[in-house]
Design a protein around this ligand. Structure first.
Ligand code: ASP
Length: 315
């Protein structure tokens, strides 16, 4: 038997209306966080399972807290220390955990397409919390929420995404999300840190940092050393000299974002990271309310157009 389940595997799963509805829900939920009693009964009795095969601080903690704030039960399985260490495949791990009947599986994995595999193998709603350098849709949504809150709009906002685009799922997801809501992304990076078919992403591209002065939002990417098999820049010092976001490169009125974790002194100067222009901690707070909104939307909005994936019947 084949049934249909709604998932959030990639930004491409979302229409503009979906994205805007999730952001509106997040804004409403944000107001609930100002109350003394922060817990809402909305997802009582539901189970949210976090399956993390790559390290995470912000994404895992915010999904965990988001589910708890909505009164769902939560479980965390990290690859290290689990039977994954003994060679269990992702499909077998997913099938094992599916025996607990989770309503949602949040998965982070180093391989592209891991979330599709889990969506096909289980009956849960699946959220991709990062698959290799491919997609990280909830990061893109939380970044949209942060920008909308700070600037009051998304349409026509110009956003420079600076740094290691080549290895960044954040960049790929964010470019798509910005285009979806009418904002204007500009990628700034040396040619070696851009994907070969970068034009296909639909953003403007600059190899020079000079156009940084013209944008509303400066979005700094981490140098993804763990995904680099070769040397992509002559030296980190040279990279920092040419592309580091330093106080002299940020003009008054601009806001600065970074998905974290930051390499202070490499892609971002600590004086910028800690300045009044920095929205880095606001992004973390947005992560909580946006992930609450995504859980709420997947589990309670019947008409939601988020990619249906055929579910294989599992014994
Ligand atoms: N935390 C983000 C991610 O998991 C960004 C990064 O690691 O640089 O993709």
């Amino acid at each position: 038997m084949t049934t249909e389940r709604r998932h959030l595997l990639a930004v491409g799963d979302l229409t503009r209306a979906d994205a805007e509805r999730i952001l509106d829900t997040a804004s409403a939920l944000e107001r609930s966080l100002d109350r003394e009693m922060k817990k809402l009964p909305t997802l009582r009795g539901r189970l949210v399972l976090n399956l993390f095969y790559e390290s995470s601080t912000r994404t895992l903690s915010s999904f965990e807290l988001a589910a708890k704030r909505l009164s769902a039960d939560t479980m965390v399985l990290r690859a290290s220390g689990s039977s994954v260490d003994k060679g269990e495949s992702l499909r077998d791990t997913a099938l094992t955990l599916a025996a607990y009947d989770p309503d949602v599986i949040v998965i982070r994995h180093p391989h592209i397409g891991a979330s599709q595999l889990v969506a096909a193998a289980t009956h849960a709603h699946v959220i991709n919390a990062g698959d290799g350098k491919h997609q990280h849709p909830t990061q893109a949504l939380l970044d949209l929420h942060t920008i909308r809150d700070a600037l009051g709009r998304l349409d026509g906002v110009t956003v420079a995404i600076v740094g290691d685009v080549l290895h960044s799922r954040v960049a790929r997801s964010l470019v798509e999300a910005l285009l979806l809501v009418g904002a204007e992304p500009l990628l700034i990076a040396p040619p070696t840190l851009l994907p070969r078919n970068v034009e296909a992403l639909g953003a403007k591209v600059s190899h020079s940092i000079d156009p940084l002065a013209d944008v509303d939002v400066v979005y700094v990417l981490r140098m993804q050393a763990e995904r680099m098999e070769a040397s992509y820049v002559p030296s980190l010092r040279e990279y920092t000299a040419l592309y580091g976001v330093t106080p002299d490169r940020v003009r008054p009125g601009q806001v600065v974002m970074h998905p974290g974790p930051m390499n202070r002194g490499v892609e971002i100067d600590p004086r910028v990271a800690d300045s009044g222009a920095s929205l880095v901690t606001t992004q973390v707070r947005s992560g909580l309310v946006v992930r609450m909104a995504v859980l709420y939307d997947l589990l309670t909005a019947p008409g939601l157009h988020v990619a249906p994936v055929p579910v294989m019947e599992v014994a």
